[in-house]
Design a protein. Structure first.
Length: 124
């Protein structure tokens, strides 16, 4: 099933399946607090997986699995330098998620504004 979003004019637009899938993988990756913490660390700059794993009680292999989820979601990319795998943010998917949430924020704000107007009219 396709998702329906509201544009700036209050009309409903349909997203294609590819964007739906990307949003699904983005929000799935963001659902885990460890992965969100890793993204926050990467906001400060490129880091090796070992540094991303350090704050958490997990093995390097466990951290690599989290990194894999983030990478498949398109939120980060990694490259190998010597024996280390360095990770860095790819902000494009976060922007897509933010835009999607923003459409719903505009929708609900317009609905709440209409409700407020209707309630004020009832009071007079």
């Amino acid at each position: 099933m396709l998702n329906h979003l509201v544009d700036n004019d209050g009309r409903i637009d349909i997203l294609n399946h590819m964007v739906d899938y990307r949003l699904d993988t983005t929000f799935t990756a963001l659902a885990d607090p460890t992965r969100r913490g890793m993204l926050a660390a990467l906001a400060l700059g490129e880091k090796p997986i070992s540094e991303l794993a350090a704050p958490y009680p997990m093995s390097l292999a466990g951290a690599a699995k989290h990194v894999g989820v983030l990478e498949r979601a398109g939120l980060i990319e990694r490259r190998k330098v010597g024996r280390q795998q360095l990770c860095r943010l790819k902000p494009g998917r976060l922007k897509e998620a933010s835009d999607w949430l923003g459409q719903w924020e505009r929708f609900w704000n317009s609905r709440l504004d209409a409700l407020e107007t209707a309630l004020k009219e009832d009071d007079t």
